[in-house]
Design a protein around this ligand. Sequence first.
Ligand code: 5GP
Ligand code: SF4
Ligand code: MG
Length: 461
Amino acid sequence: MSGDFKDKCGVFAAWNVPEAAHVTYLGLFALQHRGQEGAGIVASNGGRFQGHRGEGLVYNVFSKATLANLPGDRAIGHVRYSTAGGSLAKNVQPLWVESSLSEVAIAHNGNLTNAVTIRHQLEKKGSVFQTLVDTEVILHLMAVAEGNAAAKLKTALSQVEGAYSLIVMTREANETKVFVVKDPYGFRPLALGRLDGGWVAASESCAFDLVGAEMVRELEPGEVVEFSGNEVKSWFLKEKAKPAPCVFEWIYFSRPDSLVFGESVYEMRKKLGEILAEQDKANGLKADMVIGVPDSGIPAAIGYSQASGIPFEMGLIRNHYIGRTFIEPLQSIRDFSVKIKQNPLRGSLVGKKVVVIDDSVVRGTTSKKINQFLRDAGVAEIHMRISAPPTISPCYYGIDTPQKKELIAANMTVNEIRDFMVADTLTYLNMDLITERLKPKTSMCDACFTGKYPIKPKDIV
Ligand code: 5GP
Ligand code: SF4
Ligand code: MG
C-alpha cells in the first residue's frame, strides 16, 4: 500500500454564510496543523461550482484574487497532509467532478481500509481514476448509484470501510446540498457550529473560534447532516459499529484549544501528565525541573508540574517559522532536522536533573537528538516521560504512523529505547491507566498502542 493513501487532514464547510469561501479560508487556517501539504476550497452561489486548490500552506495557496473568484454563500474546504512522495497537485482536495447535469465535490479526513480493493473492481469495469487518493472511490461509487444525491451518497458509503469524516457538496440541476458525514466508528472528529444565521462544520472546534462561530455539537458516529435550502436534516448511515474515536487525537493530533470527542484536548493532555507525575511520586523521583518538548509535549508537562510540585521551565525553544522545504545543509551540520526546530535554553539547564516530557515516540529520533542537545547543554540527569503508551503498530485510519519495522517500540524493549535515546530513565503510560483516568464516554480506538484494530484493513495483506 502506498503512502499516497494515508491522509491525515482537516475539513471545513460553510452553508448559508455570506462570503463562504473567505470564512472557509479562515477555518482552514485554524486547521493548518492537520495538514500542510495542500489546501483547497470549492464554493457555490447555488449554481456551478468554482474551486481553487494548490500545494503548500493555506496562505501560499490562496490570494485575494483567487478568493474573489469563489463567490457564493456555500463552500467546502480541505487541508491535506500526505507522506513523502504522495503530494502531487492533482491529489489535493476537495476532489471535484462535474457532468452536464450534476457536480460533486468532496473533502475527506481519514483513510478508507478497502479503497484499493474497490478501486481495482471499478477499474476492471472501466472506471478511470484521476488521482491516487482513496477518497476518489466514493465519487465513482456515487456516479454509478441510483436516486438523488442523498441516496447516492448512502449507497456509496455502504460499500466503503474505514475512517471518514467527510464534507460533500452536490449539485443536481439547480439544487445544491452539503452533507457532513462521520463514519459509523466515529474515528475522526467533526463538529457543527452556527454563524450569522447559517451553519459551519469543521474537523475541530478551534476553527469555529477563529471565524467567530458558536459550536453547536459534534456529529454522532454514523451521522449525516444534510443542508439544502433552509432545511437541515440529520440521518444515519445503515451500518452500526462499536464506537472507536481515535485516542491519539487527544494525545497528539488535535489542537489543545479544541473540544474533541466531548472533552477539552488541553485538559486531557494535562491529565496524562498528572498520571506520569503520580507514578514518579510513588517511585520517589527527585528532579529540579520539568520541561515539555514544544509544542505537543507542553500541556502534559504542565500537568506533571502541577501534580508533582516540580517547577515547569521552558528548557527548549522552538522555531515556529520552518516551512516544509528548507534547503538541507551540508553533512557537517549534524542532526539538522531537529536542531532547526528545537534549541535548549542552556543557562538554566546546567547541572540540573530534568524530567523531559513528550507526547509520543514514533521512530525515536526526535527524543534521541533532543536528549543529546540537553546533555551537550550540561544537563545532569534526563528522566524521559512519554504521555502515551509505546507506539507498536501502524494506523490504518488516517494518521500516518510508519510501518512496524520503523516503530522503535515494536523492535526494542523499554530499557533498550532508554539507552538509545540517552536518557537515565524512561517511562511510558499504560493504555488501561489512560482509559481509567480519561474516562472516555465510549469505547475508543487505541490500535497503534495495542495492535487491536476495530476494522481489519482489506487493502493490506
Ligand atoms: P520520532 O522522532 O520518535 O519519530 O517522533 C516523535 C515526535 O513526533 C514527537 O515529538 C511527537 O510529538 C511527534 N509526532 C507523533 N506523531 C506524529 C505524527 O503523526 N506526525 C508528526 N509530524 N509528528 C508526530
Ligand atoms: Fe488513532 Fe492509533 Fe487508532 Fe490510528 S490506530 S485511529 S492513530 S488510536
Ligand atoms: Mg512533538
